[in-house]
Design a binder for this molecule. Structure first.
Ligand SMILES: Nc1ncnc2c1ncn2[C@@H]1O[C@H](COP(=O)(O)OP(=O)(O)OP(=O)(O)O)[C@@H](O)[C@H]1O
Ligand SMILES: [Mg+2]
Length: 265
């Protein structure tokens, strides 16, 4: 049993031995996963490897069957999305949730209770305050979209940028992005990669899930590979070779590393 004091302070998030079963399906099996402070850590793996399941456990969207999650050295139970947000964890999910009939500002503030906490008699003021804050947020991230535009009128790439910028509203410590570039053109994906770099410059620790290994290698400091619900190892991007990543994605953890686990995480 690891005490919080045994843990390495360089890690902002540590997931120890997490498992998740959906009935008969074993989505995650004893995975140890650690995110360093201010790094971009890519989570790679084939379809069904367990990537979304892992990050949903951290986002409070699903409850793991077993395992320990530590944020900033404290063991936490992330029973719902609100707790994740309170811990400074923001997530953009694979099934992108933007509301087309609302404006950019409305989307950024969607579901943010703290805003509706303001005096409802000051509704108009509230609206202009939200618009101002949305504009600041987009300016900070150098995103050039009109805060009054209906999201249905934006391109897929612009929607993705709005969805990512939403995560920055609450001044998060950790931002998790599940396939932020999947539906995008090369240019759209490049803008998302630039945005990730800017967020890292602002001190945020980032988990990036992507099937696109070219983008993964452009953006990530390290790459954690999952294979059929198990960890297939962590590779430093500096010495990562594409074939090595693919080999782990297809074949899992190499035998010679299996005995060393989990010290390699
Ligand atoms: N709510 C659920 N109910 C039942 N099984 C599920 C559920 N969510 C995920 N699974 C199963 O768990 C396994 C891991 O799924 P997960 O969505 O985490 O994979 P992934 O790595 O994100 O894949 P992809 O790259 O396709 O997004 C799959 O076998 C999937 O069918
Ligand atoms: Mg997924």
């Amino acid at each position: 049993m690891a005490e919080a004091s045994d843990r390495n302070e360089d890690y902002i998030l540590e997931i120890e031995g997490i498992s998740k079963r959906f009935g008969e399906v074993v989505a995650l099996e004893d995975v140890t996963f650690r995110l360093r402070r201010n790094e971009v850590l890519a989570l790679a793996g084939d379809n069904g490897a367990g990537k979304s399941t892992l990050i949903k456990c951290v986002a409070g969207a699903i409850e793991p069957t077993s395992g320990i999650i530590t944020v900033d050295g404290e063991v936490v139970e992330i029973g719902n999305p609100r707790i994740a947000k309170e811990l400074g964890i923001e997530t953009t999910f694979q099934d992108l949730a933007v509301a087309g009939n609302l404006t950019v500002t409305q989307n950024i503030f969607l579901g943010r209770e703290e805003v509706t906490g303001m005096d409802s008699l000051l509704g108009i003021l509230n609206k202009s305050a939200m618009k101002k804050r949305a504009q600041e947020l987009l300016d900070d991230l150098k995103i050039d979209v009109d805060v009054d535009a209906k999201v249905s009128n934006l391109s897929g790439g612009e929607r993705q940028l709005v969805s990512i910028s939403r995560t920055m509203l609450s001044d998060p410590k950790i931002v998790i992005m599940d396939e932020p570039t999947s539906a995008l053109s090369v240019e759209g994906a490049d803008r998302v990669l630039e945005l990730i770099e800017r967020m890292q410059d602002q001190g945020i620790s980032i988990i990036l899930i992507s099937h696109n290994l070219e983008y993964v290698q452009q953006a990530a400091d390290r790459i954690h590979v999952l294979h059929q619900g198990r960890s297939a190892g962590v590779i430093d991007n500096a010495d990562a070779d594409r074939d090595e990543i693919v080999k782990r994605m297809i074949g899992g953890m190499p035998d010679e590393e299996r005995s060393e686990q989990p010290a390699n995480a």
